[in-house]
Design a protein around this ligand. Structure first.
Ligand SMILES: Cc1cc2nc3c(=O)[nH]c(=O)nc-3n(C[C@H](O)[C@H](O)[C@H](O)COP(=O)(O)OP(=O)(O)OC[C@H]3O[C@@H](n4cnc5c(N)ncnc54)[C@H](O)[C@@H]3O)c2cc1C
Length: 380
């Protein structure tokens, strides 16, 4: 039995892909989804900004904020987002929504198994699995990061740990999300606190650092705890849930060439924005482009990264500062938002600005450190 399309990995990218595939002219194809057994799945908090919720955001699960804070001091005034919203979605709600949608499609099959290798045999692909042997597919769409070889050794990563807490008192400003509160914790790394207040007494609070080295996320918990107690002055709180993660901050994955019948998507396919780690919104753009390629009968090696060289260049400038002059990093982000219209900065970070708009944003950044980064330019 040979499937028309095998989707390896059913996280954010794999499920986004199948959703839009079933809305396309290819909806009757014989499709197999494969993901490994996940006894303790992490319920991730995915956020993105947009003027309205994205098409696959379940309508009854829309949580959003109209104001965001990017500061070196929690007391700074938040920025108003005008036409945009900062949207929030739980990965468990997203998975349920897409899996319910799949029930109407008998041509979509699901296999729980570990994929060990994917190879392009020219006319079709072989997907090797741990328990079910070889499975053949005409095309394979892969979002399993371990199956993509790339050199991650010298690159910066975003490492974070977060707690959703509830408090007795009303302590949170429920109208403003804090994207980055820099230097909230004394540390040699670039670090910031991220806060999503769900109500006046419930919020997700995350401690993030940018590091070139692996750090066990549990080691960040004492700093998170002392931030909550000392900076937010919350002595009594209940931890409702925890999340943690490591997100690669690199352009390397964008440059990996796809094979004729195998394409990488999601983080594995370079959809993660190198300077910020945001991925969700990019995934939606990426999967739609790949489906169009399939609808036009093109091979995957015809697909070039959706990020232009221009945006990779800007990301390299910022990553260079993060790596070589970490103490200057807060100023870059804080001034980018303070000296430009925040919705324009977000459009820039979504890689949807024109060159002219980018020049207007970049001219407001701290000039000295940007020139220093340019003179010491490196690709990440
Ligand atoms: C805690 C957390 C919060 C995040 N928050 C945001 C956010 O707010 N906004 C944003 O834009 N981005 C965010 N990100 C980044 C990014 O959006 C997510 O990591 C997203 O899940 C990436 O989607 P993906 O499909 O590439 O990978 P995943 O969602 O991780 O999917 C990969 C899938 O492959 C499966 N798999 C792995 N190995 C195998 C194997 N050998 N065989 C079979 N299956 C396998 C996994 O089980 C998984 O289901 C966050 C990341 C984390 C970790």
């Amino acid at each position: 039995m040979k499937y028309d399309i095998i989707i390896a990995g059913t996280g954010c990218a794999g499920l986004s892909f199948i959703y839009f595939l079933l809305k396309s002219s290819l909806k009757d194809k014989n499709i197999l989804l494969i993901d490994q057994e996940n006894p303790n799945p992490l319920d991730k908090t995915w956020c993105y900004w947009s003027d309205k919720p994205l098409e696959l955001h379940p309508k009854d699960k829309v949580v959003s904020w109209k104001k965001i804070r990017v500061s070196k001091n929690h007391k700074n005034e938040p920025h108003s987002l005008k036409s945009l919203n900062y949207y929030h979605l739980k990965s468990s709600d997203f998975q349920k929504h897409i899996k319910d949608f799949l029930l109407d499609f008998p041509n979509v099959h699901y296999l729980v198994d570990q994929v060990t290798e994917i190879s392009d045999l020219g006319d079709y692909c072989n997907v090797a699995t741990k328990n079910n042997g070889s499975i053949l597919g005409q095309k394979v769409v892969n979002s399993i990061p371990n199956l993509v070889e790339f050199n991650f050794k010298s690159n910066v990563r975003q490492i974070f740990t977060g707690w959703t807490i509830s408090t007795e008192q009303n302590v949170f400003d429920k109208d403003s999300a804090t994207l980055m509160e820099f230097n909230a914790v004394p540390n040699d790394h670039v670090n910031f606190i991220y806060i999503l207040p769900y109500s006046a007494n419930e919020a997700l609070i995350e401690y993030t650092i940018f590091s070139e080295h692996d750090i066990e996320t549990s080691l960040l918990e004492p700093s998170l705890d002392s931030y909550i107690k000392q900076q937010l002055k919350i002595d009594q709180f209940t931890i409702l849930s925890k999340e943690h993660g490591v997100i690669p901050m690199t352009n390397t994955l964008k440059k990996i060439k796809n094979q004729k019948n195998i394409v990488n998507i999601g983080t594995a396919g370079g959809a993660t924005k190198a300077s910020t780690g945001y991925t969700f919104y990019n995934v939606q753009k990426q999967v739609k482009q790949i489906i169009q390629l399939l609808e036009n009968n093109n091979d995957f090696d015809a697909y070039s990264p959706f990020t232009s060289k221009r945006f990779m260049f800007y990301d390299n400038i910022i990553l260079n500062i993060i790596k070589k002059w970490p103490e200057k990093t807060p100023k870059i982000f804080v001034e980018m938002f303070a000296k430009n219209k925040p919705e324009m900065v977000l459009k820039f970070l979504n890689e949807e600005t024109t060159l002219w708009e980018e020049i207007n944003i970049l001219k407001n950044l701290p000039l000295y450190i940007c020139i220093k980064s340019l003179l010491n330019y490196e690709k990440y």
